[in-house]
Design a protein around this ligand. Sequence first.
Ligand SMILES: [Cu+2]
Length: 565
Amino acid sequence: MSVMGVRLVHEPSTSDRAAIGITHLRIDAAAWNPGYAFRFLRLREASLSWGVHSQAVRICALRCAVCRSPMHNEASLGTPFGRIANLRSVARSVIVASLVMPILPPAALHAQPVVVQQVGSNPGADTLRNPPVLRNLSSRPHTVEVNIVAAPARISVLPGRLTDVYAYNGSIPGPTLEAREGDRVIIHFHNKLPEATTVHWHGVHLPANMDGSPFDPVAPGGHYDYIFTIPRGTAGTYWYHPHPDGRSEYQAAMGLFGAFIVRAADDPVANLPEKLIVLSDNRFRPDGSIEFADSNSTQADVDMENGREGPVLFVNGQIRPSIPIRSGEVQRWRVINASAARVYRLAVSGQTVLHVGSDDGLFEHAVERKDILVANSERVELLVRGTGQPGSTAQLTDLPYDRYMPQTRPADWNTPHVLLDLRYGKQAVRTPVTLPATFRVVPALDTASATVTRTVVLSQGMINGHTMDMSRVDMHASVGATEIWDVENVVGMDHPFHLHGFQFQVLDRNGVPEPFRSWKDVVNIPKHEAVRFIVRYADFPGKWMFHCHILAHEDHGMMAVLEVR
Ligand SMILES: [Cu+2]
């Protein structure tokens, strides 16, 4: 097998470092993308400063990114830059470049973004507010017609400050789009931003030219009518966000995201009180402006690798609001992870929750959970039972979850974050709530009907060894075909994987069968793990994106194109 290129992973060995001042590097063979990889190498160079006293580096393992088997046991780079065995010259030159660059102090690796203290905020004091709901302009039956404008705005995001943002109809989150199964949805979209954008209706099964993909940008000052019909059986919690080529992270960080709720005529839990919970995070300068890392800073490299995270966590644009609940009450929560990179592990203190739905609607049966992982762009539906005593308080908390490479893992990664407070009223509910035994039928896609099994390899920044090329089609499929996708993550951080246009069912994770069926459009692929899902391209020919939903990775080309014909 030939070596296509290299990617360096820092693996310091304490004994070697102490003995001979050598820092170990593991090298994963992967397709080579000089621009992208070079940015990662700047991190490696910073990592080297921990252990390198001489300029000697021993390369202790060379592994194939596809089959993961060791390819060569030893290659040495002597002092100063001697022999490198079995590597292409391009790789050699970059290793050398990584060594000759100035060495940063280790602390710079974990440079913390500017944190704005939550002055004036009184945890739990503000009751959770819903984003406004878009007004339906149509009087025709089964039709939802709305206006959405993306424009710069100056609004209060932090207490006592004004922040320049991008917003849909002037609010963050944007207004909620509500429709029913079978509705014809007409969205008159106007782009008043100073840059091109799109609106992607995340998870919805619709024609390719209505998907808001990077193929259909809306120029500054331009407009686009998104028109589609919502298929029956697809009630669920969706969302919308920008998806322009290379600018999704910036535009989402500036405030562009909103909820899209599709309701069923026969919703089995329509009687329960419902809360919409849109999770986002951001980073600010002391003056309240949104902070983006300078392009040549270490923070920019950390943001590139982790995706951009911020220390201020928002629920529906509020900082630690509260939800009133009564003992004995059961609430339905629709949770959307609209963060650009942050993965949440949600738990309600002192109680379990019932997990009743995922990205594209309800399960057949509830699953009881102590905590639940929600990767970015994933959604969950939860039933939260008021098991606390009248007058007590509980918290919805984001628990630690290590999705990171060791080199760029944030210093505070294992600190839990309280997202909101659950405040019990003084009076209990008298009548107990009865939940349906079956929420809805989720028919299984038949694996025997799958005609193709595709292997999709996620490496750092690449899919199947390539970065995105808008003029290239990476995979072809036929309308009506059923296929199995085997998505393998060969690197040491999680990548949430999103397929546009077609909902799928996870078959197994690392060979372990999925314990229940659900419709999904994004699935987190943990570090060095693999997930198989089954999908049917029922209709809508065209070019469809599939990509990592860490927006920094997507923007820098961790994306590919499936053409359905
Ligand atoms: Cu990724």
